[in-house]
Design a protein around this ligand. Sequence first.
Ligand SMILES: [Zn+2]
Length: 383
Amino acid sequence: MRSIRRGDSGPAVAEIRSILVGLELLSEDGSDVFDDATDHAVRAFQQSRGIGVDGLVGDETWGALDAARWRLGARTLFHSVPNALVGEDVRTLQERLLEMGYDTGRADSIYGPRTARAVAQFQREVGLTQDGSCGPQTMKALRRLGRKVVGGRPQWLREAEAFRQAGTNLMGKTIVIDPGHGGGDDLGVVVPEGPLRWTEADLVFDLAARLEGRLAAAGMRVHLTRGPHPAQSMNGAERATLANSLGADLLISLHLDGHENDAAHGVATYHYGTGNGLSSTVGERLANLVQREIVVRTGMRDCRIHSKTWELLRLTRMPAVRVDLGYLTSPTDRDRLVNPLFREQIVEAILAAVQRMYYPVEIDVPTGSIDVRQLRVALGAGS
Ligand SMILES: [Zn+2]
């Protein structure tokens, strides 16, 4: 769908405005015009949800706005089949349960079987009927206990434990490499340079294909989320669903950044996290390793790691990171990125990071020190 933006008007804008009013980001004036105040409110909303802040209401922002209509306690929540209930109220409930030590999986806003089980467990422990649904009685019990009982970050400890139990051998592990964009007219960042035109979609595909070869040679099962010229574009949720259906052990999404100021440059890596203390520890570790290996091996500027709730990171069930491998709009970064030898350096850095994910922490090695040609030997010895 075309993004709704500043200057638009009509029933869809009225609907967006009424949701923003409900969230207290905008004051009600009965207008159906996407004015400056609406633009500010949309940006504030995007920022609060970890969505790219551009003031445009496209698919992802619309989905988040739609889900945000629901405030916890406004309706009874239950595990509905086949169409699960989705909403901000579900996410609030999941975060509250997670804080108390119940295993709902990630706070993904979806009331699935795992959330229902966590609710039933909570109900049993506070002496309520265990029906796995969240109605007035359960809400009352949650309000009574919610702020007092905090159990740490159990779901991430479980995720870390599951990862540890999968073993230290890279052989046979499944990794999904997600080259961003591609398909339809989604080329990501595009920069013309003389007769040439550099596109994010093509460059990250080249990186993904190189990485695929190297990871496969190391014994991993590797899947790319797309080919070089896909007919259709895919959103973050579709990419996450694909990785989940493959039962992937890790996911790495590759992007380049762009900025109107061509002085902006450097590499940044993103992992799942809500910014209020809930974050994927395994995903954060992977993000750290990827970021540090790239910075140390290539000398690119370190724009650090950040937590985000983007669909790709939120809906994937395995440790997942997205790395923005420099700014295509920066002459410094671009000169290097268009050089295949430099791209090979990036591939080596990511390969080393993946290898270090499977090293037991006590025998981990300094950043930049792994000779990836020895990968297979080292991994054989570690298994
Ligand atoms: Zn991108």
